[in-house]
Design a protein around this ligand. Structure first.
Ligand code: ADP
Length: 366
């Protein structure tokens, strides 16, 4: 009975399942794997799995380690799906998530045993779909400013002499604003692509958070000239152990949003402090007295192009990528980000690793 359940599951699973012996040769495949590779079961059995799946990660490939030895088992705590390259019979290559599990493991030795490999086809398809949706949203977002640039440039060209100087200046002003918007969009899209391809270069050192906050506030002083910007950082706070450019980018995005989404005349407060009972983390938060984010929309604000529909958002410029980038940067620095919000008060809180005295002594302070 149990065997029948497993066989039915294997035969009907949309994910591809392969069993290999300790030499890395295929002993069992399910129909989904045959479909994926474009070969019949009989042509797959007995072949090395490494002819069809390159289990090494992409960075190692780039470093010239391709192809890898067969069935290198992951340590137990690394059984998370990771990207692998699937090579089909027709010669196409796909990067898909897969995981490999030791089976028939004797004496706890993960190397000399059989393996069960799962290629997560469903997840790969939804990643592909997300990518297609991203491209289509990006194209739409790029087209809006482009249409406006083209429209106003055409008008100036066609009706140039009939436009008075003020009209001409206004139209050129619109073209410039839209070109600036395009630049911001392209920069944000590049930042997303760098983050997603894990090509982010980090320079980690101890950073004085008070100085970082003050630098960011200085840079945003023009945007924040109608707000009261308050900084509260206790003297002698442990430095953050991170990358100072990325930390300033995180602070800039959060403070810029706090200013954008709260009315003129209100206060934006940036606080930093240690965390009681957890000397390994430093916390900072950015609070505003603005429109707030309804609880059910909180997950949306961290997603790509996740702009909410409310009057203040409609009035403000934004790409909807800022918080997605911010969250990815916080995670890349080994931190966490959360938000609590109600009308009249929104607080974004970020926790980042604190630097130890040894790290400060070894690497120097910023
Ligand atoms: P952008 O500001 O470019 O639209 P973000 O990713 O930075 O994009 O923010 C996504 C959305 O989250 C914003 O469009 C806005 O709806 C909401 N949001 C972000 N910060 C705040 C805030 N401090 N108060 C209220 N809403 C906010």
């Amino acid at each position: 009975m149990t065997e029948e359940i497993y066989r039915t599951l294997l035969l009907n699973s949309a994910d591809a399942v392969i069993v290999t012996d300790k030499a890395g040769l295929i002993t069992t495949v399910n129909p989904s794997f045959s479909r994926l590779i474009g070969a019949e079961e009989k042509d797959l059995l007995g072949q090395p799995l490494s002819s069809f799946i390159d289990m090494s990660n992409q960075e190692e490939n780039a470093a010239g380690k391709h192809p890898i030895p067969p069935a290198e088992p992951a340590p137990d705590d690394e059984l998370e799906p990771r990207p692998v390259t699937v090579l089909t019979r027709a010669g196409s290559e796909f990067v898909m998530p897969a995981a490999q599990f030791p089976i028939n493991q004797k004496n706890g030795d993960g190397k000399n045993c059989s393996h069960l490999t799962i290629v997560y086809v469903i997840q790969a398809n939804s990643l592909q779909q997300a990518q297609t949706e991203f491209v289509s949203t990006v194209s739409h977002e790029l087209r809006t400013p482009l249409t406006s640039i083209k429209g106003f440039a055409d008008t100036i060209l066609r009706a140039g002499d009939r436009l008075d100087v003020n009209q001409q200046r206004r139209y050129v002003g619109i073209i410039k604003d839209q070109a600036d918007r395009l630049t911001r969009l392209v920069e944000d899209i590049l930042a997303v692509s760098r983050l997603e391809s894990k090509k982010l270069q980090l320079t980690i050192r101890a950073i004085d958070i008070k100085e970082a906050i003050e630098r960011v506030i200085q840079n945003l002083s023009d945007k924040g000239k109608n707000h009261k910007l308050l900084v509260q950082v206790p003297a002698g706070l442990t430095p953050v152990w991170g990358d100072s450019d990325r930390l300033e980018q995180i602070l800039t995005n959060l403070i810029d949003n706090a200013i954008k989404y709260s009315p003129a005349g209100t206060t934006v407060t940036v606080t930093a402090k240690g965390i009681q009972g957890d000397p390994e983390l430093v916390e900072f938060s950015v609070s505003d007295q603005g429109v707030g984010i309804p609880e059910e929309h909180i997950p949306q604000v961290f997603s790509k192009f996740g702009r909410l529909d409310n009057p203040l958002v409609r009035q403000t410029e934004g790409t909807g990528l800022g918080l997605y980038i911010t969250r990815s940067l916080v995670l890349a620095l080994g931190g966490q980000i959360s938000v609590s919000s109600q009308p009249g008060n929104t607080t974004f809180t970020v926790k980042l690793p604190a630097s130890t005295l040894e790290q400060q002594a070894a690497r120097g302070r910023d």
